[in-house]
Design a protein around this ligand. Structure first.
Ligand code: AHR
Length: 503
């Protein structure tokens, strides 16, 4: 038996956990919107055409903010196509995903749906083909109470109350050559700062996200963040991070350590933002909006899903519909641990995406909706990781990886909720072979009991939930937990994710 040791001290606080850490992302991509959250004619559809069974799962998932409408999609999107009478809305080419956008769902419908699932709208403006004027137009349409052409148009379209969108993304992945309108960091930084200033001339309290690199592997990573922040520092609140992970060449050991990479990524962006802060002698701190993260089998998209035929522009094609295994969910749960560990600087995050497209929730047209394996760590952490993140001392064995060198076999984060008094601990065993017996030193917490403990694990790490077998995988009670004097001992099976609460 391999062992590990964890010490929790409730006095050492990393920072408050912003509820926006449990955000998600809905893009007009594949079947995320159409035949996903929205399917008029489905037996579960409400009067607006949105599926009630899907909305119930979204609520159960515990999603807070939802980023919309893209993604790559936003960079040639005309927001005004998606408002007004549905039968008069144009069909348009979507260059990002080589699809046809019907515009049946737009800002007003989506904002209404979000109210139903208790979500907060985070809206991305198009800085690919557009700029300041259109950003101001959509802002006025969405947020202005009334009495102007655009705000009255919203009211006439059925949304009497303003949508009051607080968080705005200034474009998407503008460093990526795949992005319509991408440019150099200077070009983008200039456009972003002008747009930000204009938007804040309307409302100085808006929270603005400027685009960081679309991944830590991008050629300009670091330089991009520095230059963009040099241009925009005083006018924005967040810089974005995006990261997707998949096993490369069958190397599961490295894949299981993906959160090591996410930790380094966050630390690098924080260091770059703080360098710009120091150089400007600024009092202001820029935080991170990690507004796209997930496991994504991008190689499959490139080889199988990608549509390129000039005559093929389908509506809501089945693309990016990854099926997630137990292995994927363990890596995914570890990515969430990394985000919560950095709660002092990562103050918003969006799981990409929500339904059907690299998603925790899947649907079948006319049929059911089910939870993927990744649903469970997300729903559990959104429910239990409240209050503050605590500093930990973790001692455990390491193992070698090709990509990240020697890495810890175990990863963990703990949170403390002052309201309930509960301490929650989230643990990952990355070992492919060893069960790990972990001792959690609780002497600084006083007398504790284990209120709740569940583990995601399966002897078949490739097991998944599917249309045919939607409940194959789920969390199961972990009955190994023992409360000793000043210590709680738990067994963590190989390739597993565990959550427990101490009261
Ligand atoms: O989430 C899928 C895509 O990944 C998004 O549209 C884009 O921003 C990123 O490259």
């Amino acid at each position: 038996m391999t062992s590990a040791h964890l010490t929790i001290d409730p006095h050492f606080v990393v920072g408050p956990i912003n509820r926006r850490l449990f955000g998600s992302f809905v893009e007009h991509l594949g079947r995320c919107v159409y035949d996903g959250i929205y399917e008029p004619g489905h037996p579960e559809a409400d009067k607006d055409g949105f599926r009630d069974d899907v909305a119930a799962l979204v609520r159960e998932l515990g999603v807070t903010t939802v980023r919309y409408p893209g993604g790559n999609f936003v960079s040639d999107y005309r927001w005004e196509d998606g408002v007004g009478p549905v039968d008069q809305r144009p069909r348009r080419l979507d260059l990002a995903w080589h699809s046809t956008e019907t515009n049946e769902v737009g800002l007003d419908e989506f904002a209404r749906w979000l109210r139903k699932v208790d979500g907060e709208l985070m809206y991305a403006v198009n800085l690919g083909t557009r700029g300041i004027e259109h950003a101001l137009d959509v802002l006025e349409y969405a947020n202005h109470r009334g009495g102007t052409e655009l705000s009255e148009r919203r009211i006439a379209n059925g949304s009497r109350e303003p949508h009051d969108i607080r968080v705005w993304c200034l474009g998407n992945e503008m460093d990526g050559p795949w992005q319509v309108g991408h440019g150099t960091p200077r070009e983008y930084g200039r456009l972003a700062v002008k747009t930000a200033r204009a938007m804040r001339q309307y409302d100085p309290t808006l929270e603005l996200v400027v685009c960081g690199s679309s991944g830590a592997g991008m050629p300009l990573f670091g330089k991009w963040e520095r230059i963009v922040l040099e241009e925009t520092y005083d006018e924005v609140d967040f810089i974005s991070c995006h990261a997707y992970y998949e096993p490369v060449g069958g190397d599961l050991e490295s894949f299981l350590a993906s959160a090591v990479d996410m930790d380094r990524f966050i630390d690098s962006v924080v260091a770059t933002a703080d360098h710009v802060k120091a150089a400007r002698r600024s009092d202001k701190t820029i935080n991170i909006s990690f507004d796209e993260w997930n496991v994504w089998y991008q190689s499959r998209y490139a080889e199988v899903d990608r549509i390129t035929d000039i005559d093929d522009w389908p509506v809501a094609p089945r693309i990016l519909e990854d099926t997630y295994s137990v292995l994927d969910a363990v890596v995914f749960g570890n990515l969430l641990i990394s985000l919560v560990r950095h709660a002092d600087r990562v103050t918003a995050a969006s799981l990409a995406q929500l339904v059907n497209v690299i998603a925790p929730i899947m649907t079948e047209p006319g049929g059911g909706a089910w939870r993927q394996t990744t649903f469970f760590p997300f729903a559990t952490m959104s429910r239990l990781a409240r209050g503050t993140t605590l500093e930990l001392k973790l001692e455990c064995p390491t193992y070698p990886t090709e990509r990240y060198g020697e890495v810890p076999m175990v990863d963990a984060v703990a949170t403390h909720d002052p309201e309930s008094g509960d301490t929650a601990v989230f643990l990952v065993n990355r070992s492919m072979t060893d069960t790990i017996e972990i001792g959690i030193d609780t002497s600084l917490l006083g007398d504790v009991s284990v209120e709740w403990i569940q583990t995601l694990h399966d002897d078949d790490i490739h097991a998944a939930n599917t249309l045919a077998d939607p409940e194959r995988v789920g969390l199961k009670p972990n009955d190994s937990a023992r409360v000793l004097e000043n210590e709680v001992r738990v067994s963590l099976p190989p390739v597993s994710w565990t959550a427990l609460t101490l009261r």
